[in-house]
Design a protein around this ligand. Sequence first.
Ligand SMILES: CC(=O)SCCNC(=O)CCNC(=O)[C@H](O)C(C)(C)COP(=O)(O)OP(=O)(O)OC[C@H]1O[C@@H](n2cnc3c(N)ncnc32)[C@H](O)[C@@H]1OP(=O)(O)O
Length: 201
Amino acid sequence: MHIIGAGGQARVIIDILIAANQAIEGVWDESTTIKAVLNQPVRGNLKDFKASGLHPFIIAIGNNLTRKKIAEELNVGCRSAIHPKSAISALASIGVGTVVMANASVNVGTTIGKHVIINTNASVDHDCHIGDYAHVSPQAGIGGGVYVGEGTHIGIGASVKHGVKIGKWAIVGAGAVVIKDVPDYAVIVGNPGRILKYNPI
Ligand SMILES: CC(=O)SCCNC(=O)CCNC(=O)[C@H](O)C(C)(C)COP(=O)(O)OP(=O)(O)OC[C@H]1O[C@@H](n2cnc3c(N)ncnc32)[C@H](O)[C@@H]1OP(=O)(O)O
């Protein structure tokens, strides 16, 4: 697998691939100063990678919008990375380019989109929909039947009540407790969650 990105997300994904006994072929990043990540050499930038035609690859970029932009440029040959110690229902689906980290759980009937991050210890319960390019942070808990729109970031330790609908490109702040629907682009903090502002992207 080729890794696009050479930051913290790349380190985590390389660790997952090692745990899953998958070979790492190289890392690709715009930085000219980072030469290697966890002993994996940086072989070139995104343009070099595109020109190489190499695959499969995974986009190891934490920023949801940047991940989307790169995914739209490199749309063939992408794979997901699933930690062997995650618990994914056989009746759930995981999209291409999605990362599921250690001790995360995805329950029955849930659909996870493409290029999503389900971070360490996150719990996504039954019959949820997690949109493309979303990120469910460590220790976040998503109840049954929750809808999360494209590009939305659920912050670390946040809780989302069952049945809630969260719009696209929203941010649920660290530790927030979401008990009612959240509009597109809203930034939610606190318990109960309230709108702090709107995400300007
Ligand atoms: C492996 C990993 O690391 S995964 C990444 C995990 N990271 C996260 O989950 C981060 C999630 N992001 C947050 O919680 C952020 O604080 C955000 C997006 C909610 C707000 O960020 P900013 O827009 O920079 O807000 P800022 O820090 O300026 O705070 C604005 C106000 O909101 C309050 N606030 C910010 N975040 C929170 C929060 N999570 N809960 C409660 N209040 C908050 C601040 O105290 C401040 O209040 P004040 O005006 O009364 O002083």
